[in-house]
Design a protein around this ligand. Structure first.
Ligand SMILES: [Zn+2]
Length: 284
């Protein structure tokens, strides 16, 4: 592990709305907000690194035509101007061209909608998930929540595949293998399959604790605490339900056995309340 600290800030970049019982069996029918959370790291060697991008104006452009417009009709999102990622970075004195790397959890539109705003960034993603998206026709891609218009035209020349990075032991109960994304074991990509065919979590030490950003491997920390899987309706959305449940319960076991690891799902309102910070400034 690197001796220099990694600073971490959790940003909220828009949200969508669903009944709570969709995200967690036994939850309320009441509609609740699911924020789109983005990790902003300052790494001693790599500089500024993002984990996903949340929503952006590109999402609305990419869903203007049929059939893509069905996406925003089914899961209507909102992005207040003050939550736009570019704006929040500006508030922290960070220009878009200072974002050196973007680690992509998976290619669902609410995680990659802002990629076009960072022309200098290198991307890290899983080849497996990219191939899954590319292999589908237009309608099947939409069913899978993929909007390929969101990817920069030169995406493939700027991406490194997580699978090609050295495999190391992350020292994390229940998770035996990680990809060493920075070459010094400071940023570890953890495979979290199920929600998407291949999903990349991110584990790193920041201050006294380790942070584990888990994308959509679970939607709410309450679900992990109560060991409640999402509604059966979501089986239609997930790439592999058996693997989703395996990943979910490994995370639930980790959450219970090692409170020193902070698990951060991408859409958890409770996590946002506990760890989010829309005002803190990460100085350049
Ligand atoms: Zn997703």
């Amino acid at each position: 592990m690197t001796v220099e600290p990694i600073s971490f800030d959790l940003l909220r970049v828009g949200h969508c709305t669903h009944p709570e019982c969709v995200a967690m069996r036994g939850g309320r029918f009441k509609s609740i907000e699911f924020p789109a959370l983005v990790g902003l790291l300052r790494h001693p060697a790599l500089g500024y690194v993002l984990y996903d991008t949340g929503y952006s104006r590109h999402f609305w452009e990419a869903t203007r035509t049929f059939p893509e417009c069905l996406y925003r009709m089914i899961t209507p999102p909102a992005l207040p101007p003050e939550e736009e990622l570019i704006h929040q970075l500006e508030q922290r004195n960070i220009r878009p061209d200072q974002i050196g790397s973007i680690i992509i959890s998976h290619f669902h539109a609410d995680h990659v909608a802002g990629l076009r705003d960072f022309p200098q960034a290198r991307f890290i993603a899983t080849r497996d998930e990219f191939r899954e998206m590319r292999g589908k026709g237009r309608v099947a891609r939409l069913r899978g929540a993929f909007l390929t218009k969101l990817l920069p035209d030169d995406f493939e020349s700027r991406v490194s595949w997580a699978e090609d990075q050295p495999v190391v032991d992350p020292g994390l109960a229940g998770f035996g293998e990680a990809h060493d994304l920075a070459g010094d074991a400071s940023l570890l990509g953890i495979p979290l399959p199920g929600h998407a065919r291949s999903q990349l979590g991110l584990l790193f030490r920041s201050g006294e604790t380790r942070k584990f950003l888990i994308g959509d491997a679970c939607w709410q920390v309450e679900a992990l605490e109560r060991r409640k899987l999402p509604s059966r309706v979501t089986k239609l959305l997930f790439a592999d339900n058996r693997r989703y449940a395996e990943t979910f319960f490994r995370l639930a076991d980790l959450h219970r056995s090692d409170p020193s690891v902070t698990i951060i799902p991408s859409h958890c309102a409770t996590t946002w309340k506990r760890h989010g910070n829309s005002r803190q400034v990460v100085h350049a």
